[in-house]
Design a protein around this ligand. Sequence first.
Ligand code: ARG
Length: 575
Amino acid sequence: MRDLVDALRSHLDAAMSELGLAREDWEGLLAGSTDSAFADVAMPCHSLARVLRKAPVAIADDVVDLLGSSTAGLCSVSSVNGFLNFTADEEWLAMRMEESLADERLRVAAEESRVIVIDYSSPNVAKHMHVGHLRSTVIGDALNRMLSFKGHSVVAENHVGDWGTPFGMLIEHLIDIGVDTPAEEIDLGTFYSDARAKFDSDSAFADRSRKRVVRMQANEPETIAHWQMLVDRSLLHFNDVYQMMGVLLTDDDLAGESKYEAALPGIVEKLGEVGLLEESEGAKVVYPEGWTNREGEPLPLIIQKADGGFNYATSDLACIIDRIENVGSRDFLYVVGAEQAQHFAMVFQVARSAGFMDEAVNAIHVPFGLVMGTDGKKLASRTGGAVRLKDLLVEAVERADAIIAEKNPSLPADERAEVAHMLGIGAVKYSDLSTDRTNNYTFDWEKMLSFEGNTAPYLQYAHARICSIFAKAEIERDSIRDASISLDHEREAALARALIAFPEALDSACAIHSPHKLATQLHATAQAFASFYESCPVLTSEGQTKQSRLALCDLTARTLETGLSLLGIAAPLRM
Ligand code: ARG
C-alpha cells in the first residue's frame, strides 16, 4: 500500500537511526504486502541482521519498542518472525476514503505529460480482421485510455498493412471482378484468397500482378485509384468492427505502411552512409550485432529485397524517424503479438546503431500471447480457419442478450439490447485484459459471460447493484460526496483496503503496460463490496452510519465505473 509506505517513512526515520541505520539501509525493504489480510505493509528485517549483527526477530522487536505509540492514528505495528507488519488504522483509512470521495479523479494523480505513441490494432487491407487483431486492439485501446487519464498526450497509430507486393495481385483481381464493383459488394472474406489462388495457378495473372506492383510503386494514378478502392473497402470493415468494439481509433489514427513508402529509399541511403548496409544474394541487409540463426550464421534484417521491393522492417525504421521528427514523441509502444519479438528487437537495435534514435527514446514492444480455444488449441473457426473478429463480437452480444433476457425479463427491449452490447463486448475485452498479457488466454464463452468470478459481468453487476440502491432510495449520488466516513465494521474496513489501491493499481498497470493489474484491483473491490453488502445494511441503517455506508457505495461504484472505462468497458446503470 503505497500511501502507507509514504506515511511510514518519516515515522521510521527516528527509530531506525536510533538503531544506527540510515534511510538507504531500510527504505527499499518497505513494500506493500501481498497478503493484505495480514498486514498492509510488511518489512523483512533479515538483510539488516548482517549490518547490525543481531537476529532479525530481535531487530523487529526493537523497532516495535522504539516506535512505541508514535504511529497511533496511522497504523499498528507488530513483529512476526523477523518481519515488521504495519496495518493501517481505520481512522487513517477513513480519511483517505473521504479524500477519494471528494475527488473527481479518485486520488489518481496526473503525471508530467509525455507524448506517447501507441501502435495498435494494425489489421491488413483486403482481409477480414481476425481474432489475432483482437488482443492488439483491446490492449492498445486500454493503454491509450489509461495513459491519457494519467495526463499523457497519447497518439494512437494504426499501422495497417496497406502496401507491398501482394497488392499487385490484389489490384489485378479487382480489375478482373470489375473496378466499378461498389465497395460494399467486395467480399473481404474471399478476396485475398481468390487473388492468391489465381496468382498461384495462372502464370499470366502472376505476371500481370508483378508488373502491377511496379506501376503501384511508381505511383501511377490509375493504379493508385484501384489501390485506394481496396483501402476504402477495408476501412468500412475496420470501422464497423471498431464501432462495435467501442474503441477510440478513427481514420485520423491511420498510419499505414503506405505512409512511409516515400521515405524508404532514404532509409537505405542513411543505412549506407553509416556503413551498416551489406549485400546478401542481391538483397540489401543489415547484420545487427549478436543475432545469429540456428546454424550460428549472422542473422540479417532485410532492408531491400533483390527485386528492389522494401520490407516490413524498412517501413518500421521509417516510422521511427517519423515519430521522432514529426510526431514529436520519444515514447513508443508497439502492441503486437509475441511472435514478432525478434522483428522489433532487431529493428530497434538497427535504429539505435544507425543513430535514428538515441537513449532518450523508449521504444517498447508490448507483446501478448495467443487466444486459445477451450480445446487447448489456438482458437479457430469450425472450418479450421482464423476466426473472424466480427463474428465473434456478434456472437458475444447475442449470448449476452440471452443471458439478460433470462436474468431480468422485465427490462424493456431497447434497454436490453443496449445492456447486452455492453455486457457481451465487455466480457470479450475483460477476459483478455484480466489475464497477464504475456500469457496465452483461453477464449471461453461460459466463463467470460458468467456473473461469478473475475469477469466483466461480475464487475458490471456490482456497479449496477449500487446504482439501484441509490435509485431505489431516490438519493442523489453527489449529495453524499462530503459525508464523513467511519469504518467500524471489519467489512467496511476491508472494502476501504481494496478501494485505496485504485491509484496504485492503475500506476502499476501503466508502468508495465499490463491492464490486468488494474483488473485485479477492480475484481478485489467488487468482491469486497459483495461481502460488505452482505453484512452491512445500507438503506436500513441510520444517521451517520447510513451516510458513511452510502458514501462507500458511491465510491465503490465510481471506482468500478472509472476502472472499467479505463479498460474500455461500459458499466450499465441497470442490468
Ligand atoms: N499489420 C501487422 C500484422 O497484422 C502488424 C503491424 C504492427 N505494427 C508495426 N509497426 N509493425 O501482423
